[in-house]
Every structure is written in structure tokens, then in C-alpha cells.
Design a binder for this molecule. Structure first.
Ligand code: FPP
Length: 241
């Protein structure tokens, strides 16, 4: 049996929830929570590198987040643009490869260009891949994969789980081992529906701007306690005897 006690998740996915409440508790506009959220993300990227995690996927803007008040939506877009110009060089120096997952059609040309630059300038980095889910939804991903398979001429009898996986937005990455949601809510909210079929879930009450190395280590420790069977049975000879 493999020793899970030292196992490091290869791929960690995070729903960074609680920015608005973090700000509200301090009588600040919600935007300040998102701003602190960017700093928390930079800390966690470094922490993942230090722990030899290969992929970090974060839910930065969901397909449903367009429903928020327009000033919050434009504030988030502006914040992301500012974050790219402020942190891109640093991410590059840290060896981070940035990849964007989501529907780029609906974002502004300015943001699309910033994403393209973030991806192309970090293309050759390999310490950690930071997958930024932006204008992303798990259902969107399944539908776009199905459409792409049809366009590629895949026949109904050829459409297996493995085949459809080839068309999913993150087909280049292993499925997430550890799925963390901060902010106290216990739901997936349309994040990585396909890819999280066998992820271990950790729900933390910590609001995202307060999430740091200690909370990440607590989540990894919880992950190590889990008995991952992927739908199979435990092949422990002591139990079989
Ligand atoms: C959820 O908190 C958080 C978001 C919708 C935005 C998360 C985005 C970032 C941290 C910025 C990412 C930036 C880059 C460059 C990738 P909430 O607003 O739903 O909080 P609440 O539940 O307390 O209201």
C-alpha cells in the first residue's frame, strides 16, 4: 500500500470565497476584500511551489458572477488587469506558468490581451501551473467540450469519458486531488464539475483574504487522512484475511 502520510496533492483547486464578508467585517467596500484576495493568492502560489504542488486552479470569476452589481463586476475586471501588470514579472521569476480557463469571448479586448500576454510570457515555466478559471463554469466546460468533439467529427459510438476529457478546458492537467473552498459555504458552485469526480473536498470557514500557509497545510493534512479508493475497494491484506 502506498504511504499516504507524506502524499502531496499534485493538483489543488480552490474556490476563493469570502472576500466580500472580509471587507464588510471591517466596514470597507467589497472591492477591498477582492484586493486582499489577490495578495492571498500570491502567497498561496508561493506556498504551493514550496510544497511541490504541480497545479493550482483558482476560481477567479464564474460564469454566474456577471449577475453581481455592475460596479463590482467592473471593479473585479480592473483589479485583475492591475494584478496582471503588478505581479506578472514576479510570477515569471517564481517559475509559474499561467493558463486561463474559461470563455474568453465575453471579456474585454484589454483583458483578453492581458491574459494572452500572461500565458505567452510564462509559457516555458514549469515550477507550478496556475490555472485561472475566469468566466468559467463547470457546465460551460462540459458543453464546450461536447461541441468541440462534434466539430472534430467524433462519432457517438466513439464518445467515451476518456474521449470527452480530451476536449475539456484543462485536458492538459491531472484531475484535482484536493478541492478547497474557503468562506464557510459547503457547495461546488459549478466549479470543475467534471474534473472533481474523485477529488477530496475540504471546506474551510476561513475567509479567503485570511487564508495562508497554515490553512493550506491543514487542508493538506486533512487530504492525507483520507482513504482514496476511486470507487474501488481497499486492497489491504489485513482486512481481507
Ligand atoms: C468570492 O468572494 C470571490 C470572488 C468572486 C473573486 C475572487 C477573485 C480574486 C481573489 C482575484 C483573482 C485575481 C487574479 C489576478 C486571478 P465573494 O465576493 O463571493 O465573497 P462573499 O461570499 O463574502 O460575498
Amino acid at each position: 500500500m502506498t504511504d499516504q502520510s507524506k502524499a502531496v496533492p499534485r493538483h489543488v483547486a480552490i474556490v476563493m470565497d469570502g472576500n466580500g464578508r472580509w471587507a464588510k467585517k471591517r466596514f470597507l467596500p467589497r472591492f477591498f476584500g477582492h484586493k486582499q484576495g489577490v495578495d492571498a493568492l500570491v502567497r498561496i502560489v508561493q506556498a504551493c511551489i514550496d510544497r511541490n504542488i504541480e497545479h493550482l486552479t483558482v476560481f477567479a470569476f464564474s460564469s454566474e458572477n456577471w449577475k453581481r452589481p455592475s460596479d463590482e463586476v467592473s471593479g473585479l475586471m480592473g483589479l485583475v488587469l492591475a494584478a496582471v501588470s503588478r505581479y506578472l514579472a514576479r510570477m515569471g521569476a517564481m517559475g509559474v506558468r499561467i493558463r486561463i480557463v474559461g470563455d474568453r469571448d465575453a471579456v474585454s479586448d484589454k483583458l483578453r490581451n492581458a491574459w494572452n500576454e500572461a500565458e505567452s510570457s510564462t509559457l516555458h515555466n514549469s515550477k507550478l501551473t496556475l490555472n485561472v478559471a475566469f468566466n468559467y463554469g463547470g457546465r460551460w466546460d462540459i458543453v464546450q467540450a461536447a461541441r468541440a468533439a462534434l466539430v472534430a467529427g467524433v462519432k457517438p459510438e466513439e464518445l467515451t469519458e476518456a474521449k470527452l476529457s480530451e476536449f475539456m478546458a484543462m485536458s492538459y492537467a491531472p484531475d484535482p486531488d484536493l478541492f478547497i473552498r474557503t468562506g464557510g459555504e459547503v457547495r461546488i458552485s459549478n466549479f470543475l464539475l467534471w474534473q472533481s469526480a474523485y477529488s477530496e473536498f475540504v471546506f474551510s470557514d476561513c475567509l479567503w483574504p485570511d487564508f495562508g500557509e497554515a490553512q493550506l497545510d491543514a487542508a493538506i493534512a486533512a487530504f492525507r487522512e483520507r482513504d482514496r479508493r476511486f470507487g474501488g475497494v481497499k486492497t489491504d491484506t489485513a482486512l481481507e484475511a
